[in-house]
Design a protein around this ligand. Sequence first.
Ligand code: GCU
Length: 129
Amino acid sequence: TSGGRFEAENASISQGVVESNHAGYSGTGFVNYDSASGAYVQWTVSAAAAGPVTLALGYANGTSADRPMDVRVNGALVAGGMSFAGTGAWTTWQTRTLTVNLPAGTSTVRATATTAAGGPNVDYLEVRP
Ligand code: GCU
């Protein structure tokens, strides 16, 4: 499996904007989801062989309210309403992880906001073989 870090600012973004006004992110910025259910960031990753990997999503949520997201791999829901709780500040970045099975070849990983508040600010997706 080809692991590594995939920056949100280089991913496919629907209803979100790349910003860099909250320090501590990796790469050149992060994605500020629009305040809309359905807003998403989608990454393309690849695996040499099928098997389980850990996905880590780097994020910040400076509010005290959860910003849940659905996580889909190749269109299939693998985590519904996954919690992205407040991190204390927009400059405090944390990770949330889940384990998924990837097929061999390229896969899409999409993180979609499920509430009208939109997602948290998302920094990256990391694939950990
Ligand atoms: C603030 C913050 C943004 C964040 C937004 C939100 O405007 O500066 O980075 O995305 O709140 O609530 O989503």
